[in-house]
Design a protein around this ligand. Sequence first.
Ligand SMILES: C[S@@+](CC[C@H](N)C(=O)[O-])C[C@H]1O[C@@H](n2cnc3c(N)ncnc32)[C@H](O)[C@@H]1O
Length: 394
Amino acid sequence: MANRNLAEAKRAKNDEFYTQYADIEKEINAYLEYDPDTFRGKIVYSNCDDPYESNFFRYFVLNFRRLGLARYIATSYKPSPIANTQLDLFGNDITLPPAKGRPKIAANRFIINDVGDMDGDGQFNLGDIARQLLANTNNEWAPLRGDGDFRSDECIALLAQADIVVTNPPFSLFRDYLAQLIDHHKQLLIIGNMNAITYKEVFPLIKEDRLWLGATGAGKDMVFAVPEGFEVDDKDKQKAARLGYVGNYTRLGNSNWFTNLDHGRRHQPLSLMTMADNLKFNKKMQGKTAYEVYDNYDAIEVPYTDAIPSDYEGVMGVPISFLDKYNPDQFEIVGTLESNDPDNACRTRFYTAKECRDAYMARFGKPGVYDLNASGVIRGVKVFKRVLIKQRSA
Ligand SMILES: C[S@@+](CC[C@H](N)C(=O)[O-])C[C@H]1O[C@@H](n2cnc3c(N)ncnc32)[C@H](O)[C@@H]1O
């Protein structure tokens, strides 16, 4: 029981990473460049977002009119360790006292129907929203009955109203979170870990072009704020500091945006060399006279995205970071080399338990099991995660 509580506490703590305003702005700008009306007339919902800390709330409220939103909804989560504790987002001059009968720490819903210059300073800012919320004019700030779990009935009722869901959800619940949005046929723009691409619940969506990577930051370091007292690895702290974020920040490699909103980057073709030219001129392919072929798939191994040959018509295994460059008009995704792609038509063989044990012994010189069926294999050795693709024109 104690262990379970500890694991639960650790999980909850690892879910508390707060997105930076600049990252949200950069990503959303990419959609606006492609289609300035992406958000026009839409209801946007951030369902893991406490306005006291969420830059998503801040971004959508401050840009409400520019984006042409019809409504913006945010709900907060009561068990969050920082629920209702970080007041400065609204400006130091504004404190939001709990209204009569409103519990101090609660999950709340915030429904913004309009923004305007309430304090008459000629500028709209978050202080204005705080005043509007307190005055309960066109906007609403009310406690939720439950704890604000995105899976609760009252949050699902708000989700039903929404056109587009935009947030950074709890990392530990990414699968459930995404599944809920897909089941409700929502447009979405959310942050997740690049590795989620190969999850069995996620990959089929990518393959069917129902989900793709966002426009910015894929596979690069993203910096997140963490609650006061959260222990950050020195290495990550320093990296965040080098990116200009000093203090309670960490960086997470491999974070990226997942979306089903269209953007310009996915329509830019990747410029490629022929197979012969890659073997001759691509430094990363030096020393090779041919592309290798998998022992267990009818496909060639392409270890780098920039080594994809322009003139190969068959199936190619490419690193998952390729998806950051993926243009659906240029390529078709046909599968992965992971075990979670059981219907893969390119698979040419399965290994027996004995072969898996023998391969481990051959590689590591001690007994163990090398799960050869869970990846591509070249001359008995597993390769890194790969996505299988084919040129569209082929
Ligand atoms: C990765 S943080 C991101 C917070 C905020 N969206 C942002 O980007 O700055 C995820 C947030 O979801 C909250 N959360 C955790 N479990 C949740 C749940 N079941 N329902 C709703 N929110 C949850 C956490 O408390 C945390 O504040």
